[in-house]
Design a protein around this ligand. Sequence first.
Ligand SMILES: NC(=O)c1ccc[n+]([C@@H]2O[C@H](COP(=O)([O-])OP(=O)(O)OC[C@H]3O[C@@H](n4cnc5c(N)ncnc54)[C@H](OP(=O)(O)O)[C@@H]3O)[C@@H](O)[C@H]2O)c1
Length: 318
Amino acid sequence: MRTIAINEIGATPAAMNLPDPEPGPAQSRVKIIAAGLNPLDWKIADGALKDSVPYTFPLVLGVDGAGVVDAAGPDARFGVGEQVFGRFFGVSRGVGTYAEYAIATEDDAVIPIPEGMLYTKAAALPTAGMTALKVVEEAGVGQAGVEDGKSVLIVGATGGVGRPAVRLAASRGATVIATARPNSAAAMRELGAAETIDHGRGDLREQVRAVRRDGVDAIIDLVSDRTAAERLAALLRPGGVYVSTVWAVNPDALEAQEIRGVNLDYTPTTDLLQRAVELVEAGDMRIEVEEEIPLKEAPAALTRSRTGTSSGKTVIRL
Ligand SMILES: NC(=O)c1ccc[n+]([C@@H]2O[C@H](COP(=O)([O-])OP(=O)(O)OC[C@H]3O[C@@H](n4cnc5c(N)ncnc54)[C@H](OP(=O)(O)O)[C@@H]3O)[C@@H](O)[C@H]2O)c1
C-alpha cells in the first residue's frame, strides 16, 4: 500500500510502499479515504513520544483518519462495510493513517461516521475537536469559574485546535479574545471572537491590556513557550486559569499567583470523540477543512506545519 512513513526517528517523512496491515482478532482494517494532519504527526517523527511509547519501523505517520472497514477480526468492534473515523494510535505497531489502510484496535477512539458527515470533515475532527473540548473545559468556560461574559484569551486561535476552541468558548458564553493576523481576523469574529489581536504585530500582553485593562479570566494557549507564557500569565486575575497544550506553564509558580496552571494531557476516548461530534452537529463547535491534498504532498504539508506556515486543518485524500 502507499504510505508516508519514516525508517528512524528524525528521518524526513517519505513515500513508501509497504505491505497492507492485517487486523488482529479484535481489530478492524480501515480503507482510509481521508487522513487529518496534526502537528503531533511531525512531533512523533521527531521522536517526541520515544520515552513513553516503543516505536516500530517503518512507522507510518498519522493518527486521525476516516474510511470504510474492509477486513475485521472475529471480535472486532466494527465489521466490513462500516464507515468509521477517529484517532488511530499505532506508533508501537508502525501503522498510521497516512496510508491506504489503517488498523482500529479496541483502544482507539474510533466511532461510526455520523450520517451526512463528509470523510474529509470526519478526518479533520478527532484531535482538533477533542482537544478543543478539553481546553475549553479545563479553562472552566461554561462552568463555575468562568461564568457568562467572562473573558478568555486564546493564543494560536487560528489553528486546527484554536478555531473550534474559539467557537465553543464563545457559544458557552465567554468573551473571547483571539490572536489572528489581519487576514484571519474576520474569520475569528465569525466564529464568535469579540476581539482579535495581531500576534504578528508586537507584544501580545500590551495588546490584550489595550482591550481588557483588567486582564482576563482564562488563557488557552496553543503556541507560547515557557518564557512567553510567563509573560502572558500576568494578564490573569487571581483565581484565573492558564491552559497550555504545549506544556509551557509551571503550575507551582502560577499557584503562588493564585492561578491554576494546566499542561494539557488527556486520553482520547470514544466518549470524548462522541461529545465533540455532538457539539459540531449542534453548531457549538466548528471543524473547517482549510486544504485538501493528495498523499504525495503530505511531506511538504508536514514541513509547512512544522515551520508554522499552515493555517487551519489540512486533510490528506487517499
Ligand atoms: N497536549 C495535547 O494533548 C495536545 C493536543 C493537540 C494539540 N496539541 C499541540 O497544540 C499545538 C496547536 O495545535 P494545532 O493543531 O492547533 O496547530 P496548528 O493548526 O499548526 O495551529 C497553530 C496556529 O498558531 C498560530 N500561531 C503561531 N505562532 C503564534 C503566536 N506566536 N501567537 C499566536 N498564534 C500563533 C498559527 O497562526 P499563524 O500562522 O497565522 O501565525 C496557527 O494558526 C501544537 O503544538 C500541538 O502539537 C497538544
